[in-house]
Design a protein around this ligand. Structure first.
Ligand code: TNX
Length: 545
């Protein structure tokens, strides 16, 4: 008996010591080292019980090995059997209560077995396997023996990239998608239209990209600005490029959610087609009474940052235009959700427009907030009739939510709480926790917008607010971080703002609160930082504050 207890104790201690050496982010449900190790060699075969379900995972893994270790595994197709040194993707029969993305990973001397009931699970098991690989190239590819059981906490784990304030090349968009995949994130929210640029080719309206994708110069320094670089700048994604990116993401189990902004943040579209404005012929500024609205010089793709008063007029002409645009958008993006923006819409033009005032009278709308709600509801009806649903920023609560809308809560969590209480779905993206354009170090080591957002604050987020009764937690679909790019002009700076905060986001979205621990996360992050070096990403080194 005494021996048994001692034996169990030493095994336990062995486990304890070893598990400290296994650094996985996001932290899995359970991690039990078994003292063995697996060595990847030229004879290692990579196989699947249902190979077609493992194709994406095998492909990603092989590419990863080739890119970072110059390692070429044996050709899986020529591998006759699963005996010997093997990495095996085991598809299991689905069981009741299976979570999408759940998996088990067993690493022993002769085999690595990733088992799951769906393709996502195989993929995430493979992502965990990647984190067991050494972080330097010189060492042998030895993988510590371990038994892991894991499943995601939240179904929606996303990041947004703003490609309007600064256009990001296709290659970087793909890299960004890879970064999401490596962190077990599964939604890419692609911000494609804004005041400073329209970035998606729409065949029916060529001027959107001929005119709307380009501006003469970009503000340098903070708004109202210290100067303008006077460079013609911009760019857009062709529909072929978009299809390629959507497929690239799908191969990584990431859904791309496009955002087409309305009724505000519409200057680029209005510059291309002025009759989308309440004052199509107005070339000079209509003074804005909205204190946070920026200056406008008329119908142009804006060169400065901020919020602009010239917005879409809720006319039949505008609705036809937006429906035609959305037709092309929905044909390109299989996503259930289409993001229609809805944020920061000044009401000055609507207040001054006889047409808008008459429309409000006819429709029995009491104020411009209700007119905004009317706008969003009209669009929602169309999107729903085509089999999709809308997401909007939390301003869409004002004047009444559209019946099936999902709310993205960015001005804190209050909008999300309110929406959930009205039985609407919510994505939590509060700026105080998830705005990766905010400074990561103090004082900020580069030009940034917003406040100070250290990684510890990102990590501390709880998806379910205390103010929300437990029976309404089901309405919180998940979390998302946003990368607005006013002061992010290059992929290198984008990486700098993302890393390492994306690691904290990943654990907030994936790991159950019971396995989360910030000190332990920081230890694991040290290994992850070495992996960033292996990837060659530009990460913030001054993050621990
Ligand atoms: C607010 S968040 C915005 C963006 C800006 C961002 C800067 C949101 C829905 N609107 O247009 O880029 O702040 O942090």
């Amino acid at each position: 008996m005494k021996h048994l207890i001692l034996g169990a104790l030493s095994l336990f201690m062995l486990g304890q010591v070893m598990s400290q050496d296994i650094h996985i982010i996001p932290e899995p449900e359970s991690v039990n080292p078994n003292g063995q190790s697996f060595v990847l060699s030229a004879s290692t075969k990579i196989l699947g019980s249902m190979p077609e379900k493992a194709t994406n995972s095998i492909h990603f893994f092989s590419q990863y090995l080739a890119s970072y270790y110059k390692f070429q595994p044996a050709d899986a197709n020529n591998a006759a059997d699963s005996k010997g040194n093997v990495i095996y993707f085991q598809m299991q029969a689905p069981a009741q209560g299976d979570t999408i993305g759940a998996y088990t990973l067993h690493v022993s001397k002769d085999s690595v077995i990733i088992a799951a009931a769906n393709e996502q699970g195989l993929f995430y098991g493979m992502q965990t396997l990647i984190q067991l690989l050494p972080t330097t190239v010189s060492s042998a590819l030895t993988i510590p023996g371990v038994d892991i059981q894991d499943a995601p906490q939240l179904g929606y784990r996303g990041m947004m990239l703003d490609c309007c304030r600064h256009f990001m090349p296709v290659d970087f968009v793909k890299k960004f998608i890879d970064y999401l995949a490596l962190h077990k994130l599964n939604r890419f929210h692609w911000h494609l239209t804004d005041d400073q640029g329209w970035r998606i080719e729409i065949k029916k309206y060529p001027k959107l990209t001929q005119v709307g994708a380009w501006r003469n110069g970009t503000i340098i320094g903070h708004h109202p600005g210290t100067g303008n670089d006077n460079q013609r700048t911009g760019g857009y994604y062709t529909q072929d490029q978009i299809k390629e990116i959507v497929q690239y993401a799908a191969d990584r189990y990431i859904t791309v959610i496009p955002e087409i902004e309305m009724p505000g943040h519409a200057s680029a579209a209005i510059a291309a087609y002025p009759d989308l404005s309440a004052f199509p012929n107005q070339s000079t500024e209509i003074a804005s009474n909205t204190p946070w609205a920026g200056p406008t010089t008329g119908k142009q793709v804006e060169q400065t940052w901020g919020v602009f008063p010239d917005v879409f007029v809720p006319s039949n002409n505008t609705f036809r235009f937006l429906e035609n645009v959305l037709d092309e958008v929905m044909a390109l993006f299989p996503s259930k959700y289409i993001h229609i923006g809805g944020d920061e819409c000044p009401k000055d033009y609507w207040k001054k427009s006889d047409y808008c005032q008459q429309l409000m009278k006819n429709a029995g709308l009491e104020n411009e907030e209700q007119l905004q709600s009317y706008f969003i509801k009209t669009i929602e009806k169309y999107v729903v009739s085509k089999g999709h649903q809308i997401i909007g920023w939390d301003e869409i609560l004002e004047g009444g939510l559209a019946p099936q809308a999902t709310v993205m809560s960015w001005r804190g969590q209050q909008g999300g709480i309110e929406a959930a209480k009205q039985n609407h779905h919510v994505i939590m993206s509060p700026n105080g926790y998830f705005y990766f354009d905010h400074a990561q170090s103090k004082p900020s080591d580069s030009l940034t917008i917003g406040g100070f957002l250290p990684i510890s604050k990102v990590y501390s987020f709880h998806p379910y607010p205390e103010a929300l009764p437990a029976n309404q937690h089901q309405f919180i679909l998940g979390v998302q971080a946003n990368l607005w790019t006013e002061y992010i002009a290059s992929p290198a700076k984008a990486e700098y703002m993302i890393f390492p905060r994306i690691s904290a986001l990943s654990e907030v979205g994936w790991s159950k609160p019971s396995v989360k621990n910030y000190d332990n996360f920081k230890t694991r992050l040290q290994t992850e930082l070495q992996r960033y070096q292996l990837w060659g990403v530009n990460y913030c080194k001054n993050w621990d504050q």
